[in-house]
Design a binder for this molecule. Sequence first.
Ligand code: GLA
Length: 725
Amino acid sequence: MNTPPDANLPLVFPRPGTPGTTRLVLLPDPDGGLPLALHVGPVDPADLPALATAARANRQRALLPEHRRGDTGSPGLAGHRLAGHGPGDAAQVPAGRDWTPFFRTRQVSADDEELEILATDPASGLALCTRAQALPGGSLRVRHELTNTGTEPYLVDRLEVALPVPTDHTEVLDFTGRWARERVPQRRPLTDGTWVREMRGGRSGHDGPLLSVLGTPGFGFGTGAVLGVHVAWSGNAVVRVERLATEPTTVLGGELLLPGELVLAPGEAYRTPWVHVLTAPDGLDSLAASAHRYQRSLPAHPRSPRPVNLNVWEAVYFDHDLTRLTELVALAAEVGAERFVLDDGWFRHRRDDDAGLGDWFVDEQVWPRGLAPLVDEVRRHGLVFGLWFEPEMVNPDSDLFRAHPDWVLSADGRLPRLQRNQLVLDLSRPEVVDYLLARIDTILSEYEIGYVKWDHNRALVEAGSAVHGGAPAVHRHTQGFLTLWDELRRRHPAVEWEGCASGGGRIDLDLLSRCQRVWTSDMTDALARQPIQRWTTQLVAPEYLGAHVSANRSHQTGRVLPLDFRAATALFGHFGIEWDLTEATAAERAQLADWIALYKRHRDLLHSGRVVRLDEPDPALWTHGVVAPDRRSALMARVQLDESARLLPCPLRVPGLDPTCRYRLRWAGPAPLLAPRVDGLAGQLDLGPAGGESVSGAALATIGVPVPNARPETVTLVHVEALDG
Ligand code: GLA
């Protein structure tokens, strides 16, 4: 033991005075056990004695709750020794031993960036290292590493990070959804019991919680104390919000481990995913800002202005034809697109979604001269060429499956039920990773490819590995997926990567540390996409969120929406096109080109600023926007989703500007955005919503300026700029 147990406690991490809004307060455990996690959130050091006194009167949990403290809630560790032979003698010993450890703290050390707690339980043959890191943006991330220091294998069923929740946080918000309808918010009062969100499909899921938020009742975008938790893992995961009469409210998060999939041999260790925790005293926008600032600090975060993508999926689907695609390239260039992405359908046997996945060779029949003629055409027009892959998947009707039927994830000797006619390859097997690496590497090396869309179109179910007798393999498969991707990134550092899973089925902070974009949703109907984008930005910065202008009549809903509405919706993400431009009229293409020009003018602001969303009293109206980091400009959107109940216009407020600065406001957008109903303002269009007067940042935050109600399915844009000086 290097340091007396808990010698450095009580401890505030990161220490007061350093940047960061989310702090972790730890207290010594009177028994010398794991430090007790008293509080996560903003804290005034002057309040520490009072906090400590309150804590002594209450039961507290450690970052890894243990039953030995009398705790009847969910333990942080569930595991045990397998049945076997005792050391040194041949007697059979039963399974189930060492299941309820008592970790003693050996050392606590912290600097401004990292806190480390080392603990051991010699009797159970286990050691625990818990790490917390302070992140740019003011949040924290925490993870455990468990080492089997015993002499027999140790089965881990669960290892989760537990975080305390302030007692006044009695409302829970998280998300659910489905294909083409991701990130639907759901709220509930916190009641006794455990609210468990499991992601069992081997990915964060269309119905995943994204960010589990607890807050004071009625918290909104700009009000209420809030705490959000996210498990940064692209495999199976779990979040538990637990309130019991006998224990403090806790959020636990970690990897969801399937039966028997994690057995630690003596000396082996298991590390949990990072569990992120964000807190804010003033609502959901501050939580989002903290998450976005963290993403903007990632080495993989896109540094260059986000180029306008044209993705051909909804234009041609599987109907790959060089002449038609060449025509599309020319039209893409004409409207101002900067990247051309060839989606599904280019590889062998892939004439529809029945066949070909796994056969990553350019189809010789459809592309007799390879992809070169198209790639050359794209580059001749000055665009970057992008290509679609779905590496982890295989169709039973493929050369790969015929050659290696045992390469798929399956249990008990039978194949899992097909989804979208496909199975999942077993990436826990190095030879499978090697095959994919070689094939994708070859294609990326052969052509000038600057962009890859990496798809994942089915959930992992019955995901066992033949190598391990059909035992679950999602954990190892997920590691294989990450290894494959990291190696491809290493070999092709100039390539940008888009994460996709039937739209937005795999979006998490682990993935975001590797890619530059995610495909937010297959829902390209702008009206249905408004809520998906609004809520995905709760965690993900807008520059990551692929947002495309699609056909006049939506392929998903059949709804016809005005081009201005479609484009103004896409404007607030990473702008792109998913439309057969050969079907668009010349006037529509000119209109689209104007929107693209507008996007290019504002993308620096849109992709670096603070996202603001307003709590509006009228459900037919949404307001959102982005305020520049220096607070000297903002671009705001008033979205008229439906008919307003009221005739009186609802003022447009702009939170987050400099209260003492004066601003000029102008209507923005290439089109006459105000609907004809706004006759009264017709003469003032040049003057903007404040009639040409300047307005202080304070007044904009509280009073706002009038923006008339408009027709349903319209967006009114307002650009805000500081007056000089
Ligand atoms: C998924 C993606 C789409 C498209 C298709 C291709 O559904 O979300 O954008 O790439 O696959 O099969």
